[in-house]
Ligand binder design. Structure first.
Ligand SMILES: CC(C)(COP(=O)(O)OP(=O)(O)OC[C@H]1O[C@@H](n2cnc3c(N)ncnc32)[C@H](O)[C@@H]1OP(=O)(O)O)[C@@H](O)C(=O)NCCC(=O)NCCSC(=O)CCC(=O)O
Ligand SMILES: N[C@@H](CCO)C(=O)O
Length: 317
């Protein structure tokens, strides 16, 4: 089933060219099934690219999914046309009385910025708190995972000496957890972060269930006991060339970044990179939509705030 997006959102053309079935608002209103409602809080610098990447991941589902785009930084954007933001994005005030089946909070290039110096930190805290009564399942990506751990578990920011950049192996630690259904025992995913998530720290300081990771990258995927919060510290949604774009950007601003690990064929940046994580990314987002959104969410979303922990399925561990 397709994703439901505004008629003129750029992703409509991008995804249609890839034979990905998107449904415009005009077509969608003729369907008499309840679409899933997913809110995308986009904090990434290249917002249109991130929209395309995440909508592609959400499109690989038998569900009809309505996607609302949210912004919380009303300063002029450095990397996205203001007209795009004004036309396609909601402000929190416009949606705070709404209920959603899913919320995705993206990464942000704020790995070297203390939380207290993040211009919209108060709004992030407000939205995470709001999600507890207005969203069935929240997916925190990369920087948002670190922010979510701070807000929900008071886990202080930990920063690596060097940026973790490249495509890394992960052990599947989730056994029969639905979120990792169909995962390989060992799988690849990109990372691009200074944030640090040591496995033992996560296990010691939170009640999260770690579902995938490694000694090298730490925790990659974890889920709360009620399965309503999912933390992903990497970027399974990335295009093949996203790490390359970031590498070239960081070189051009004089940061002297290390070359992304296990990424360029023959470790040569002149060779076009290939995606070795795409199937994992699609499976992760499909499993999230199926087991953490669709199968948990109440038919009447307005009952969500009263539902509390009765949403939890008693899946076998
Ligand atoms: C990454 C770049 C090169 C990006 O440079 P840009 O020219 O795009 O602009 P920028 O001023 O850095 O801002 C990028 C986006 O972050 C927003 N931004 C910047 N500072 C902010 C702050 N204090 N609070 C809230 N938002 C902030 C800007 O508004 C912009 O979003 P709009 O476009 O909407 O205006 C730069 O930030 C940089 O050199 N940073 C130091 C290296 C680094 O941190 N790289 C990323 C590491 S990876 C990472 O941080 C992932 C997370 C993690 O590691 O935990
Ligand atoms: N890693 C991204 C930011 C979100 O993780 C960057 O270098 O811009």
């Amino acid at each position: 089933m397709p994703i439901r997006i505004p008629d003129r959102l750029p992703a409509a053309n991008v995804l249609s060219r890839e034979n990905i079935f998107v449904m415009t608002e005009t077509r969608a209103i003729n369907q008499d099934i309840r679409p899933m409602r997913v809110l995308l809080l986009n904090l990434m610098p290249k917002k249109i690219e991130t929209e395309n990447q995440l909508l592609r991941m959400l499109s690989n589902s038998p569900l009809q999914i309505g996607v609302d785009l949210l912004r919380i930084d009303n300063r002029p954007s450095k990397n996205t046309p203001q007209s795009h933001l004004e036309h396609f994005y909601y402000d929190f005030e416009q949606i705070k009385d709404q209920f959603y089946d899913g919320l995705i909070i993206t990464g942000a290039p704020l790995g070297l910025t203390d939380f207290c110096d993040v211009v919209y930190w108060d709004k992030i805290e407000q939205i995470v708190e709001w999600s507890k009564s207005h969203v069935t399942s929240t997916l925190f990506l990369c920087w948002a995972a670190q922010a979510g751990l701070k807000i929900l578990y008071s886990l202080d920011k930990r920063t690596r000496l060097e940026k973790l950049s490249g495509v890394y192996e992960h052990q599947n630690m989730g056994q029969f957890e639905p979120l990792v259904r169909g995962f390989d025992d060992v799988f690849l995913a990109p990372h691009s972060r200074y944030a640090d998530f040591p496995l033992e720290l996560i296990r010691e300081k939170t009640n999260l269930k770690v579902l995938a990771g490694s000694e090298q990258v730490g925790m990659y995927l974890a889920v709360s006991p009620d399965r309503r919060q999912v933390f992903v510290t990497g970027h399974p949604e990335y295009d093949p060339d996203t790490l390359h774009q970031e590498y070239m950007r960081d070189l051009s601003v004089g940061i002297e970044p290390n070359m992304p690990v296990n990424y360029y064929p023959d470790n040569n940046p002149d060779n076009p990179p290939r995606a070795t994580w795409r199937s994992h990314g699609h499976l992760l987002f499909s499993n999230w939509l199926n087991y953490h959104v669709y199968q948990l969410t109440p038919y009447d979303l307005n009952t969500l705030s009263a539902a509390g922990d009765t949403l939890t399925k008693d899946w076998e561990d």
